[in-house]
Design a protein around this ligand. Structure first.
Ligand code: DQA
Length: 140
C-alpha cells in the first residue's frame, strides 16, 4: 500500500472558516474523509502545524519512509529557506500545493522559496489541488 503524507502549514487549521471567499467553506477534515474514501488503497496520513519547526520535523519524520509528501506550507512558502532545505534533505518527492491561485494574488505570493526543491507544484483548484497532487505522486 502506498503511503502519502499531507502536511498543512500555518492558518490552514482554520479552513472552512478562514476567508471562505478565497479558501472555500469546507473544513479540511471533511475533505480528507472524502479523499481517503476515494483512494482507499492509499494510506493518507495528515499533519497540520502553525509552527515552522514542527513542519520541518514532520518532513524529517516521514520523508524517509513515505512514497510522497503533499505540502501546503501556507505563508512559509514565501519565506522559508529552512523548509526548502528540509525538502532537499529527504528522498520522498514533495509536491507544493496551494488552494488559491497564488499567481493571481499579491506579488509577495508569486515567490516560492520551496518550489525549486519540489517534484511539482499545484495551485488554484481549491481543495482539489491536494487530489491533483496525489494523482501526480501516484502516477510518478
Ligand atoms: C495558501 C496561499 C498562501 O499564500 C497563504 O499564505 C496561505 C494559503 C493557499 O493554499 O492558497 O496560507 O498556501
Amino acid at each position: 500500500m502506498k503511503k502519502i503524507q499531507i502536511i498543512n502549514g500555518p492558518n490552514l487549521n482554520l479552513l472552512g472558516r478562514r476567508e471562505p471567499g478565497v479558501y472555500g467553506s469546507q473544513p479540511f477534515e471533511d475533505f480528507l474523509d472524502s479523499l481517503r474514501a476515494r483512494y482507499a488503497d492509499v494510506q493518507i496520513d495528515y499533519f497540520q502545524s502553525n509552527i515552522e519547526g514542527e513542519l520541518i520535523d514532520r518532513i524529517h519524520a516521514t520523508g524517509f519512509d513515505s512514497d510522497g509528501i503533499i505540502l501546503n506550507a501556507g505563508a512559509y512558502t514565501h519565506t522559508s529557506i529552512a523548509l526548502q532545505d528540509a525538502i532537499r534533505a529527504v528522498p520522498a518527492p514533495v509536491v507544493e500545493v496551494h488552494i488559491s491561485n497564488v499567481h493571481a494574488r499579491e506579488a509577495f505570493r508569486h515567490v516560492s522559496l520551496i518550489a525549486c526543491a519540489c517534484r511539482g507544484v499545484v495551485c488554484g483548484f481549491g481543495l482539489d489541488s491536494y487530489r491533483l497532487a496525489l494523482e501526480g505522486l501516484l502516477g510518478g
